[in-house]
Design a protein around this ligand. Structure first.
Ligand code: GLV
Ligand code: MN
Ligand code: MN
Length: 405
């Protein structure tokens, strides 16, 4: 039964939002929390949920909940996020939201009467692309970040979360752990496009998640001496851009020295950033991930010492400061095996990508379903999922919802 699911060769829901937040620089999508593009997606979600007669509410932390039946305890919640990385793909986040709405629509179409409350959720700022901390909405909801720490985060223009939340109609003083909203979740199932090659290699359209690498973000600040590009001799300089370049190589070398840890510098800021100006400061953000909390901590310690060695003698100083941390996630193996069995024995698959389901794991029962990505590429416009595999994902989610409702 694919009637109405597909439009123009893709899930109709993804087709409806295909023009929202297109990134002019890279292609793909830049849909950052509480920007016009992301607000348009929230409106789209609200309208689509209304078509299913779901009641939409925004919680204290800016997460959206579309309720089928009265909100209540022991609810089965499914969904994902609508924000993106800069120049991201069409599937990371929206696939889980669209699939959740489609699965509910299919249950409704067969006259199914759920025995527990059901909600489709959209978590805010999952990518952390605007304020720097990933999964901000689910971290606030579960208390994994304090309200004070969250309120003080700033975007690239210096706008704080408190200011942006207020502009979006939230009460910044009410941000923070939300026991009422959290207490309603009996089970959270997040469907997500797979972000690597796991399902290509396994030859399966879907899988159930087993674990998530430990990961975090660190700000590396390299400070030097701002000066004149023409008047300053090459041996008189304390140039933080050159020191930061060496530091970035050191970050790569630290990860390469391990079996399978990953370390990335994907964002840098040069202060003040002028062609004829030797910079005074460079900020580079390090994303580090590994199989265990201890190996991730060891990787970051090695990065720190290699960075200090790399900048030594440059006249610059370097400082590494933790901005966020997510310990390794092991999804409940019994639940994961049961769900994989319900889906006819689909594989269990680990991932290196972070998710709201990972943040909520431990606070509430949580599971994930992955949909094959034939490019194996994500956080990029090349991220993809075939329409047939997306339909398989919707069917899998519908099957799981039937089995638990
Ligand atoms: C989110 O996709 C992350 O893994 O950072
Ligand atoms: Mn992502
Ligand atoms: Mn995601």
């Amino acid at each position: 039964m694919t009637d109405g699911l597909i439009a123009h060769g893709r899930l109709a829901g993804l087709d409806e939002i295909a023009g929202v937040g297109v990134d002019p620089a890279r292609g793909g999508y830049s849909r950052h929390v509480w920007t016009p593009a992301e607000s348009e997606l929230r409106e789209w979600f609200t309208a689509r949920a209304a078509r299913l007669e779901l009641d939409v509410e925004t919680d204290r932390n800016g997460n959206l909940w579309a309720w089928w039946g009265a909100p209540g305890p022991d609810a089965v919640v499914t969904g994902s996020h609508l924000d993106s990385v800069p120049g991201g793909g069409a599937f990371d986040g929206p696939l889980g939201v669209v699939s959740a709405l489609d699965a509910v629509a299919r249950l409704q179409a067969t006259g199914f009467q759920p025995s527990r409350p059901v909600a489709v959720v959209v978590f805010a700022e999952e990518e952390g692309s605007r304020f720097g901390v990933a999964c901000l909405g689910s971290r606030l909801l579960s208390g994994a970040i304090t309200a004070d720490a969250a309120r003080a985060l700033t975007d690239a223009d210096g706008v704080t979360v408190a200011e942006a939340a207020a502009a979006a109609g939230l009460a910044p003083e009410h941000l923070g752990r939300d026991d009422e909203a959290l207490g309603r979740i009996g089970l959270f199932i997040e469907l997500h496009v797979e972000q690597g090659r796991g399902l290509i290699d396994l030859g399966s359209p879907t899988a159930v998640a087993s674990s998530i690498l430990a990961h975090g973000r660190w700000r590396l600040r390299v400070s030097g001496q701002g000066n004149h590009a023409g008047a300053t001799g090459m041996r008189e300089r304390r140039d933080p851009v050159v020191a930061a370049a060496r530091a970035v190589i050191a970050v790569e070398q630290a990860a390469l020295a391990t079996d399978d840890a990953r370390a990335t510098v994907g964002r840098m800021r040069i202060v003040p950033g002028g062609t004829n100006v030797i910079a005074s400061e460079v900020d580079a953000w390090v994303d580090a991930r590994a199989a265990t909390d201890a190996s991730t901590r060891a990787l970051v310690a090695d990065i720190e010492s290699r960075v200090q060695e790399a900048v030594a003698g440059s006249g610059c100083t370097a400082e590494l400061v933790e901005e966020s941390w997510s310990g390794v996630v092991e999804f409940d193996p019994e639940l994961a095996a049961r769900l994989a069995g319900t889906l006819g024995g689909v594989p269990l698959l680990p991932t290196g990508a972070g998710h709201d389901a990972g943040v909520l794991n431990g606070a509430v029962p949580t599971a994930m379903v992955f949909v094959r990505n034939p490019t194996g590429v994500s956080h990029s416009p090349e991220e993809f999922a075939e329409a047939d595999d997306c339909v398989a994902g919707v069917e899998a989610l519908e099957t799981l919802l039937r089995s638990v409702l």
